[in-house]
Design a binder for this molecule. Structure first.
Ligand code: NAD
Ligand code: DAU
Length: 352
């Protein structure tokens, strides 16, 4: 038995692959296009591990996908492959629809053809888990109930619209072709190996480099932060026991304003690596122009996942954030690598 993980060199995907092989022995094939956000070094603990195979390629390549599915007799696919950064979707939306919508469509087509050729038992146990986001539900007022699986889709950014579209296509393949799909919609993740374009690693990186810590608008936007290891545990559980055709919300039950998160990071850095002048990193906080169409608040109601599959987040935020800051302090070479552009040159040399 083998699983295929698409987008497995990115932040959540690489955490998932590492967790998967740390908690079991079922082999993994990782397929990743290695865009700016994908980093093979994330998977370097698996170098030489016969249970893991890495393939560089796109979910848009149906022939490649078909070959991998058949060649490895794949019994499940977990799809993380996506363009994932909201700000990039505002400056250049097209790539998001190309990858997140058309890429997902090509993946579904390849899986449909593969599943059609399986025997009855293999077809019955096959699963495609599509990893999606809470942003498909839009935004919440400060006193509104958290997003449940029954909330209507109201995406506000091009990124969210592309993810919402992909969820709809996945759903249609279930309804029309009977594909055994599962969808998860998760809140903001944080933890090791997150590309420093996202708020938490960006703030750590900028703080240590004496740069401004950009807080959009008033900084009172709310996100529901989940430690990436908890997300991986939820995905393993959904793959194991989720009902085909179902959607599961995943969240940290942990709502924080952005300014609160940034101030907490500053305090953690003040204690661990004090500035030379003895002043707090909080002095570097700078309020900047708000993100267009910025969603005010996300909050996830994950009770279905708890009730039906027994999952709950295990990692508290204070400790999880401290672990994350410690990881970035201990892995400055990783950060330098992904921020210098050297990694992309290496990929070009390595893969031609
Ligand atoms: P990421 O940007 O760190 O990683 C995405 C990965 O996909 C990269 O390795 C990239 O190289 C790869 N990729 C891009 N286009 C590809 C293609 N055409 N074919 C194959 N691989 C391709 O993203 P992430 O934060 O790890 O998010 C992973 C998934 O989880 C995304 O689908 C995202 O929408 C979803 N999600 C993310 C969060 C979060 O807080 N980061 C929360 C909920 C859901
Ligand atoms: O909710 C899940 C989503 O969380 C995922 O689907 C996305 O892939 C992931 O990128 C994330 O989206 P956000 O837009 O919420 O994450 P980001 O880290 O970009 O921003 C978090 C909050 O911080 C958001 O309110 C915008 C704000 N922000 C972000 C950056 C990069 C700032 O104030 N300053 C910044 O420089």
């Amino acid at each position: 038995m083998t699983i295929l993980v698409t987008g497995g060199a990115g932040f959540i995907g690489s955490n998932f692959v590492l967790d998967w092989l740390a908690t079991g022995d079922e082999p993994v094939v990782t397929l990743d296009a290695l865009t700016y956000a994908g980093n093979l070094a994330n998977l370097s603990p698996l170098d030489g591990d016969a249970r893991h195979k890495f393939v560089r390629g796109s979910i848009g390549d149906g022939a490649l996908l078909g070959g991998l599915l058949r060649g490895h007799e794949v019994r499940a696919v977990v799809n993380f492959a996506a363009e994932s950064h909201v700000d990039r979707s505002i400056s250049g939306p097209a790539a998001f629809f190309e990858t997140n919508v058309m890429g997902t469509l090509h993946l579904l087509e390849a899986v449909r053809a593969y599943v059609a050729g399986l025997d009855d038992a293999a077809r019955a146990s096959f699963r495609l888990l599509h990893v999606s986001t809470d942003e498909v539900y839009g935004t919440l007022a400060h006193d509104e109930a958290a997003f449940a699986e029954t909330n209507p889709y109201k995406p506000n950014s091009p990124y969210a619209a592309s993810k919402a579209s992909s969820d709809h296509v996945v759903r249609a393949y279930r309804e029309t072709f009977g594909l055994p799909v599962l969808v998860t919609n998760c809140s903001n993740n944080y933890g090791p190996l997150q590309f420093p374009e996202k708020l938490i690693p960006l703030v750590i990186h900028n703080a240590l480099n004496g740069k401004a810590l950009p807080v959009y608008g008033d900084g009172l936007q709310v996100r529901d932060w989940l430690y990436v290891g908890d997300h991986c545990a939820a995905l393993r559980r959904v793959l194991e026991a989720g009902a085909p055709g179902e959607t599961y919300n995943v969240g940290g039950d942990n709502q924080k304003t952005n300014i609160e998160v940034v101030r907490t990071i500053c305090a953690l850095l003040d204690a661990r690596r004090p500035r030379a002048d003895g002043l707090s990193y909080a002095g570097q906080i700078t309020h900047v122009t708000d993100r267009p169409g910025h969603d005010r608040r996300y909050a996830i109601d994950a009770r279905k996942l708890e009730r039906e599959l027994g999952w709950r987040p295990a990692q508290g935020f204070e400790r999880g954030l401290a672990k994350t800051v410690d990881w970035y302090l201990g892995n400055e070479a990783w950060v330098a690598n992904v921020t210098s552009g050297a990694y992309r040159e290496w990929v070009a040399r390595q893969y031609g």
